[in-house]
Design a protein around this ligand. Structure first.
Ligand SMILES: Nc1nc2c(ncn2[C@@H]2O[C@H](COP(=O)(O)OP(=O)(O)OP(=O)(O)O)[C@@H](O)[C@H]2O)c(=O)[nH]1
Ligand SMILES: [Mg+2]
Length: 575
């Protein structure tokens, strides 16, 4: 395609504002996908995405669009809206010249609208402001126009009003993309430089890199070099996204597509790396800063033999999701596992689900923890976030009381027309303790939040251990704030008692901090219950039951280090 007829753009918005639905209409109008095949949110190909109705991965697709007898190649990248997947958005934006900034007419500007707007602005992308869902009776279109003008300084007459659902005015958005968004610059006669903005592992083809060609071109059979790993290899296939992989002869300057190479080792291919020609020296592209994982879980396969498959699965998933980190871990009770780091709780949940569905792994996840830092003098430090809350002004008071109760410190507060923007510094661990849900509830669902890591601060933490019959259960211990430690210990002991109350041994459960028992409970043996239903009756039946119970005991003693069956541990960790 002639470089000047190419347009690369992203659709960005807060969660649920209609990005994937707008993509559907564009695919329909450009006849990229037939209406019969389209369904809803076509680009959400992943079944988990489909079921939950949320986008979890960036998704590129190439369209042909004719305007005034000229055929344009439009490369659309749909992005996720949830804050856990913001990194997908920044990677997408780096591969584009422009973005459609979509705002739901019933919601107005929300946290990720602002976050993605700023990111796109930093990269000097041309943005097309679009207000969506104007078909809804509760659309507050005029207010949203005012917000777009006041906050983002758009001109009123550049805003397009659409319904992604009915298709109303969507062709105006396509027209505007062609007219407003510049064609890619880049030099066709320079040696190849292409940005890897994503990658997937395909069972049949191996590593598939999603790339944006910046300079030069790439063809099947070309020798290329990956800058970071220094690996040289041959291109075995190039193509574009339809959204499936569709082979072509070459990818030219400015185009978005995929490259498949002879690379065997998944780790040689890194997101953000530059694919370069081997012939001449040229500079690598800037790439990305990989975000740091914030939440950590221990992950253990329920079947011990699955540990090798878990490792393989993590290697493959992290190719496609390089914010995922993992390191080996061992538990006396659960055996070998991995400590896996995620960007947030939704991210963790999705990865667990993908491991189950795509790799058939049944896993146990321990309690989430944030990444604490231990100073040489033993002082613990915990991560703090800069949290921004966007909320209708009438809820400011409730937001403030939630944040204050959660050790938050108010940094800034700005009142806009209809809503306020509060900025807090708050421990990240509060997210694990349900901060997001609390803010939602206290604002009748209106609050939206954005956050980023700000700093580490000293934290008054203690290690809370859980002992059964004097033995600490490693996977149940966790760091908790000192001021809540005793309450937490009692809660845990109680919960454990509930999940253990049908065991056959006397069990002493203790919450222990620094060697001191701060909570204690015990469960008397199960034996009584076995006989209870027999009302004295038949002696041989009684003997048989007691005999059965004895065998059960023997089995547990052999397998467990304490009288704790794995099923009880599972139910406790999973609850
Ligand atoms: N009435 C109406 N509903 C719409 C419109 N556009 C999208 N929706 C609905 O809004 C919901 C969210 O739409 P999606 O397209 O999945 O939103 P999204 O921005 O892709 O969401 P994420 O990718 O999860 O951030 C769906 O139920 C859509 O049917 C519209 O123009 N009018
Ligand atoms: Mg979507």
């Amino acid at each position: 395609m002639n470089q000047k007829n190419i347009r690369n753009f992203a659709i960005i918005a807060h969660i649920d504002h209609g990005k994937s639905t707008l993509s559907d209409r564009m695919l329909e109008i450009t006849k990229t996908i037939t209406k019969e095949k389209l369904g809803e949110q076509f680009l959400d190909q992943n079944p988990i995405s489909k079921e939950r109705g949320i986008t979890i991965k960036l998704a590129p697709i190439r369209m042909k669009f004719t305007m005034q007898d000229t055929i344009y190649e439009l490369n659309l990248i749909d992005t996720p809206g949830h804050v856990d997947f913001s990194y997908e958005v920044s990677r997408t934006l780096a591969a584009c010249e422009g973005a459609v900034l979509l705002v739901d007419a019933t919601q107005g500007i929300q946290a990720q609208t602002v976050a993605h707007f700023r990111e796109a602005q930093k990269l000097n992308l041309v943005m097309i402001p679009v207000i969506n869902k104007i078909d809804l009776p509760n659309a507050q279109t005029e207010n949203v126009v005012k917000e777009l003008v006041d906050i983002f300084k758009f001109k009123q007459d550049e805003i397009i009003f659409i319904s992604a659902k009915t298709g109303q005015n969507v062709s105006l958005v396509l027209k505007s993309i062609v007219e407003q968004i510049p064609s890619p610059t880049g030099n066709a006669s320079d040696p190849l430089r292409a940005l890897i903005f994503d990658a997937v592992y395909d069972e049949y083809r191996g590593v598939v890199t999603y790339t944006r060609v910046i300079d030069g071109e790439v063809r099947k059979g070309d020798r290329i070099r990956l800058f970071q790993s220094g690996v040289e290899t041959e291109v075995t296939e190039v193509g574009f996204f339809s959204p499936y992989l569709s082979k072509t002869d070459s990818l030219n300057t400015g185009e978005i597509g995929y490259i498949i190479t002879g690379i065997k080792n998944i780790r040689d291919c890194r997101i953000g790396d530059t694919v370069m020609s081997i012939k001449k020296d040229s500079k690598p592209l800037p790439g990305y800063n990989t975000p740091k994982p914030m939440v950590f879980f221990g992950m253990y396969p329920k079947e011990t033999k699955d540990i090798a498959r878990l490792k393989e699965a993590l290697v493959k998933l992290s190719l496609n999701d390089n914010s995922l980190t993992y390191s080996e871990e061992y538990s006396a009770y659960l055996g070998s596992g991995y400590r896996v780091g995620f960007l947030g709780l939704l991210h963790a949940d999705i990865v667990k689900e993908r491991l189950k569905r795509e790799f058939g792994l049944d896993l146990l996840l321990t309690m989430p923890q944030v990444l604490y830092q231990k100073e040489p003098d033993g002082q613990m430090r915990e991560p703090f976030m800069k949290l921004t809350v966007y909320v209708p002004s009438e809820y400011v008071g409730s937001m403030m009381s939630v944040c204050q109760n959660r050790k938050g410190e108010l940094l800034d507060m700005v009142y806009r027309d209809l809503y306020a923007e509060l900025t807090y510094e708050i421990p990240y661990s509060m997210f694990i303790r349900g901060l997001s849900a609390e803010l939602k509830t206290a604002s009748s669902g209106f609050a939206s939040i954005d956050y980023e890591l700000s700093t580490y601060k000293p934290a008054n933490l203690v290690n809370l251990e859980v002992h059964i019959n004097g033995t600490p259960i490693d996977v149940l211990s966790e760091y908790v704030y000192k001021d809540e430690a005793v309450v937490k210990a009692r809660e845990k002991v109680e919960k454990l008692k509930e999940s253990l109350d049908r065991q056959q041994f006397r069990q002493i459960i203790q919450g222990v901090i620094g060697g001191n028992i701060v909570a204690r409970d015990e469960i008397s043996p199960f034996r009584k219950d076995v006989l209870q239903k027999l009302y004295g009756g038949d002696r041989t039946r009684k003997d048989k039951l007691l005999d059965k119970q004895k065998k059960g005991k023997a089995k547990m003693i052999q397998t467990g280090k304490v009288n704790l069956p794995q099923s009880a541990l599972y139910s406790l960790i999973e609850s």
